[in-house]
Unconditional design. Sequence first.
Length: 297
Amino acid sequence: MLPGFKPETCPDYGTCHASRTLAAAATGHTEILITANIPSTVGISASHIEVRMAEGVTVHGLAIAKGASRIRVRGGRFGAGGIEMSYPTVYFPTKTTDEAWQIEDVLFDGIEVNAAADRTALNLRGHRVAVVNSRLRAGEYAIWSDTTEPLVNSDVIIAGNVLQSEGDQSVLRLVGVHNAVTVENRIEDLLLTGRKHAYRVHGESDQVFAARNVLVNGGTMFGTMPGDVIGEMWFQDNDLHHATEDLFHPEPSTVLRLTAHGNVAFSARSCFLCVTPPAEWDVSDNELLPYEPAPAE
């Protein structure tokens, strides 16, 4: 247990009632242990909350309210509802956005999410958010990260995960993010319902780094949407087992500085970068080889 945290454990007998868990998640400085399945979404509305689950337990979904901070979710399975981190916005009676409502300091460690065909596994929003050592699968995005303009998300770490989309949307899409690190993940378009990109960056983004990932089937796309401005990004030492349309697609007019070294693409495409790079880009020492399927996990 974390120092100063109160234990709030669902009973070992019978059904773990969602109402008790919700009450605990509304009380700050609480450690919640869930020991039986919950068929509804659990909402966290307080700060300084740790959530753990007994082995084999599944919760339908998780929702983290705006303004919450210092949340840690260790292990456990989430089902069709996925995980939703709220926008820093209220919509009634008038739309109001406040930086103070951004979610902060959240860690997802060793979780598994199997979201429904029409859902995203993790809607990631806020500052200082890390997703590590986890498995996320969804019909739509494995991770979709955006927030209410003109705000941005910042200090995002996505590391050591298996991210899978069934193909209707891209696997990992970052929109409006500063200081993002995506390393040592398997990012896979399963090609079950469509053919999309594995990794995309858009919006007003800056200092975006990706390295040592394995991209399966889908390629990349950076800065191609209206209003995109990407200050600086790096794409280094990644393996791409490419079977869709775009392989490596940064937009020269909106990606201001780009470094891409040491990537190996297994693809039927005839070029790794198929546009003339601006002087501010450093795209070199990337290898294009005949297509090979990705190795098994």
